[in-house]
Design a protein around this ligand. Structure first.
Ligand SMILES: [Zn+2]
Length: 254
């Protein structure tokens, strides 16, 4: 891949120099779950280019009650709100990724609503500067229902869930909105990210949201730090491209 960083070999045959089609393009790499080691490393890589990373964390991930989710979200790998406040202080975005990473679409609806409230309340109390009405709520497993989306959109700026397309029109509304994303796993997804971005660069304009997780072996569908570094180094050279966290895109849209 590196060396073969194929940006440019996508469907529209963007050149290897990553010349994008004309028109503004925003890219949000939306990192989930709160892997402490990975998130600090991602932050360092973003900071090399003066960029803010987009992090989504589980509200109770650091508490003794938190239980492992599948093979990837292990309690010992997760950071706490001292870490999240420190990363926020450094200019990165920290957004909610549920209370304890249950599939909310599979729970009784009242239970899911309570878990959503518990998550947002905890963020309000523990993350400096956090306001629910400015937040992007990132559904665990990207699994939502229309009832839960309606419920959340009365409380937050946006929700992120599964979408057939991960490319959106540039946002021109102050109303709460649903953002679709795509994701890939369970092994390394450098190549998948590469192809998605290469194809996106051929579009006339828009906002691409890719849901990622950790680096190296951490999380479902990790990417390599070398690849992330090289990717950002190339993208920042393209005038048409902005790399931003989702909440910041919405905040800066007006
Ligand atoms: Zn997750």
């Amino acid at each position: 891949m590196l060396g073969g960083l194929s940006l440019g070999l996508g469907a529209c045959k963007t050149s290897a120099n990553m010349v994008a089609a004309k028109g503004k393009k925003i890219i949000s790499l939306s990192f989930d779950d709160g892997f402490k080691k990975s998130f600090y490393q991602i932050a360092e890589i973003y900071e090399r280019y003066g960029l803010s990373a987009c992090f989504n964390v589980i509200a109770s991930g650091h508490l003794p009650t938190f239980q492992q989710v599948d093979n990837w979200i292990l309690p010992k790998l997760l950071g706490n709100f001292d870490d999240w406040n420190a990363l926020h202080e450094r200019g990165h975005e920290i957004m909610p990724h549920s209370w304890k990473h249950l599939n909310l679409a599979m729970q009784p609806v009242e239970k899911s609503k309570d878990l959503i409230d518990q998550c947002l309340d905890y963020f309000e109390e523990n993350l400096e500067g956090f306001k629910s009405e400015e937040a992007v709520f990132n559904f665990p497993f990207n699994a939502s229902t229309s009832e839960l989306e309606t419920y959340l959109l009365s409380k937050v700026r946006a929700i992120r869930a599964w979408g057939d397309s991960s490319i959106h029109p540039l946002v021109k509304t102050k109303n709460p909105i649903s953002l679709g994303c795509t994701t890939m796993g369970s092994g390394n997804v450098d190549q998948w990210v590469d192809e998605k971005i290469a194809n996106f660069l051929c579009s006339s304009e828009g906002w691409l949201i890719l849901n990622l997780h950790g680096l190296n072996g951490e999380g479902w569908g990790p990417i390599s730090p070398k690849y992330l570094d090289k990717l950002l180094s190339k993208l920042v050279e393209i005038n048409e491209v902005e790399i931003k966290p989702t909440g910041m895109v919405l905040k800066d849209a007006f």
